[in-house]
Ligand binder design. Structure first.
Ligand code: ADP
Ligand code: MG
Length: 698
């Protein structure tokens, strides 16, 4: 029977049932059902000695005798308790329902096989409502095996499609198709990685013969799943590199060298050097560069961008930097003209507020090629902005993904400029492999030397007075302070009240004219927002009270204190981004996380992580573990969310193996046309055709 046939071909699966399976679980074909995996197993193959029971053993099977039965009556009702022993220890069996009938049917001092969910309370174990069978009866029956438990829904349960029903359909399916299951990995890979073959893997994932075979089956299927995704991503990348030609920057020329030897204000960190090499290698080949540069806030991405641009200029090209906000674009502009002040390079700033006359000048110098570097907001993407020969575009996204989307406009050019997207949101390595596996990725994982770590503490609301005192001391030293309030859509009205109340209490504590306070939030007009932000940037105000709008990259080196109100309500990456606003100057900086006493365990973990580390990659790993890949930035269109059996968080070692295997394989045989890879080619084509099963990998 073909696996592509609908499940109604399976014995006992009616049209009605099939419709429900489809509606509730998306299962349509036999192949879908075959790859519908159990999420746990009832294991009756093992017998435990009572002394070996662990707090985390879930369902267990023990053999022993009841020595004693009693009824216990408490305020909340009565229960029947049987003391159950084997040669190693004692547990309790407990019933709340049907006590009289059960009491009459239990036999004291007769050997029983007992199975059930293990509870642990104050140092002792019990099994409520166990399944029980006299050993004499048990021995007469076939030995039970591990039974699969499948994911289900309320609707299925209500309509009588129990786990037993699904199990039975699965058994029927296996009887039909087992012989016809095709291997989809080449022999040599199976040998090399010591994998179970496909048939046995599928059989044992549904009906494991032992724990050991189950583990092997699960490994094989996870490997296969991750391997095919990686194969697809890496092939896509190879094809892109082959097909898309890019400008070649052959030489490292005068501008680059002059700047590097005379005007670079510091020596590059090793991470910066490495990334620069990666970029140079890309732009010196004739393939198009599409590179993602990840580096924590303050890791020094700008200088890498500037050096890459000089490389382009040396080869006769123009360059551009695009930033998400006007403030950021302006900061880049000021920073870069300062760095290049001694050099003969033309730089201009183009934003929404650039005056018409200036705008015309810019358009002209762009078209005649005399302008070397154009910095701006997405105003750069307007039709009127025509470069003579744009060689590289740098996109500074901070942590907002989206500008890169718009940059696709540039990619439409016959020969598109090289693209370097810079982001300050570190993505855990494993996730990056799965989500951006087809992009080139560079990482700056080292901060410039001498950077003082931001001292981070967690304080409760009740400590607010001492926090105010601390703020005053810092302001007295000439520092500036941020106070940030959460803004979460569902309770917007309340959030604004928090912000306003906070602003009022701070205004009382820090009275005008001695202190000047800025306030910035999302409900303000953009122009007012800019005005207030600028007052703070220029040092005219000492305190900035704001919602998270300040997250997106203002750089105020003199600000050395970040106070985050209701810190328990922020996500980890947001907290990390906010903290990144301070610690940019020479002074010791501080981050104070204020929270209420009531904290969920997740919130505790988040705050603890912030206090313990400032490494963005470590923080991102914790975030991934807490929230899963579905909530991580940028994963929404990727295959990692549709994984059937593997888990990008837990199965990292398998993922790394699968990726390396795919890379090596495609290096040796890019088109999968060698005889030993025929199986693979066939399976691969099949997978791409039947997109349903492995999800729509973008
Ligand atoms: P980000 O990666 O957040 O964009 P920037 O490029 O703005 O970081 O750099 C942050 C600060 O660190 C800047 O003031 C920059 O001049 C400085 N910096 C960058 N690289 C180095 C380095 N190798 N040594 C010392 N300071 C550096
Ligand atoms: Mg930056």
């Amino acid at each position: 029977m073909s696996l592509q046939k609908p499940i109604t071909y399976i014995k006992g699966v009616s049209l009605n049932k099939a419709a429900l399976y489809y509606k509730e679980l998306g299962i349509k074909t036999c192949n879908d059902l075959l790859h519908f995996f159990p999420f746990r197993y009832i294991d009756k193959t093992n017998f435990y000695a009572i002394k070996d029971l662990q707090i985390n053993s879930s369902e267990v099977q023990v053999v022993g005798k009841i020595t004693h039965i009693k009824s216990v009556t408490q305020k909340r009702g009565s229960r029947l308790v049987a003391t159950f022993v084997d040669t190693s220890g004692t547990i309790e069996l407990i019933w709340f329902k049907g006590q009289k009938w059960i009491k009459d049917s239990l036999k004291v001092n007769e050997p029983y096989v007992v199975y059930g969910k293990l509870n642990h309370y104050k140092g002792s174990f019990s099994i409520p409502h166990p399944e029980m069978e006299l050993v004499s009866e048990y021995k007469k029956k076939l030995q039970p095996k591990m039974q699969p438990v499948y994911p289900s829904t309320e609707m299925l349960a209500n309509k009588g499609i129990s786990n037993k029903v699904t199990q039975t359909s699965m058994l029927h399916l296996f009887t039909e198709i087992y012989d016809g299951i095709q291997e989809n990995l080449p022999d040599y890979l199976i040998k090399e990685h010591n994998l179970l073959n496909k048939k046995d893997a599928l059989l044992n994932i549904h009906f494991p013969k032992s724990q050991e075979l189950l583990a092997k089956a699960s490994y094989r299927l996870k490997f296969e799943e991750l391997f095919f995704i990686q194969l697809q991503l890496i092939q896509k990348k190879l094809i892109r590199k082959q097909k898309n030609k890019g400008f070649v920057f052959e030489q490292v020329g005068e501008h680059f060298n002059t700047f590097y030897t005379n005007y670079l204000p510091f020596s590059l960190t090793n991470a910066q050097k490495r990334v620069l090499k990666e970029v140079r290698k890309d732009v010196a080949s004739n393939a198009h560069m599409n590179r993602l540069l990840q580096g924590d806030v303050g890791s020094g991405k700008t200088i890498v961008a500037l050096l890459s641009m000089l490389l382009a200029i040396d080869n006769g090209f123009q360059t551009a930097i695009m930033a998400p906000t006007e403030i950021l674009a302006t900061q880049h502009y000021t920073g870069i003209i300062e760095l290049l002040s001694e050099m003969d390079i033309n730089v201009a700033l183009l934003t929404g507020s650039t005056k018409v006359k200036k705008r015309r000048e810019i358009h002209e110098s762009l078209e005649n090629g005399t302008l070397h570097i154009l910095i701006g907001t997405h105003a750069l993407l307007e039709d009127k902005v025509q470069f003579k020969n744009l060689g590289i575009a740098i996109i500074d996204e901070q942590h907002r993904f989206g500008v890169a989307q718009r940059s696709k406009l540039w990619l439409k050019n016959k020969i598109p400029p090289h693209i370097l997207v810079m982001t300050a949101t570190p993505i855990p390595r494993t996730l990056a492999m799965s989500v951006y596996g087809d992009l080139d990725i560079s990482v700056i994982d080292e901060l410039p030397p001498g950077r003082k770590e931001v001292k981070t503490v967690h304080r409760y609301d009740s400590n607010r007075l001492s926090v105010f005192k601390f703020m005053k001391d810092e302001v007295a030293k000439g520092r500036q302070v941020y106070v940030v309030y959460p803004l979460i859509q569902e309770s917007e009205a309340m959030d604004y009240k928090d912000l306003k109340d906070g602003y009022e209490s701070i205004s009382r504590e820090f009275p005008n004219p001695k202190y000047q306070i800025s306030i910035v939030h999302g409900k303000m007009k953009p122009a007012d927002k800019e005005f207030e932000m600028n007052r703070f940037v220029k040092g005219e105000t000492q305190i900035m009270v704001a919602t998270t709008v300040i997250e997106v990259g203002v750089n105020v080196p003199n600000a050395s204190v970040m106070i985050i109100e209701s810190a328990e309500r922020f996500g980890l990456s947001q907290l990390h981004q906010l903290r990144g606003r301070v610690g940019r100057g020479a002074d010791q900086s501080y981050c104070i996380l204020l929270s209420s006493f009531k904290l969920s365990s997740e919130a505790k973990t988040r705050l603890k992580t912030m206090v313990e580390t400032s490494d963005g990659f470590k923080i991102a790993e914790v975030d991934l573990k807490l929230r899963g890949p579905g909530n991580m930035m940028g994963t929404q269109q990727s295959g990692v969310l549709n994984l059937k059996i593997a888990d990008v968080v837990k199965d990292t070692p398998i993922l790394v193996k699968a990726r390396n295997t795919a890379i090596e394989l495609l290096q040796n045989d890019p088109s999968l046309s060698k005889p030993e890879n025929t199986v693979l080619q066939k399976a691969f084509l099949e997978l791409q055709k039947t997109s349903g099963l492995w999800g729509n990998i973008s």
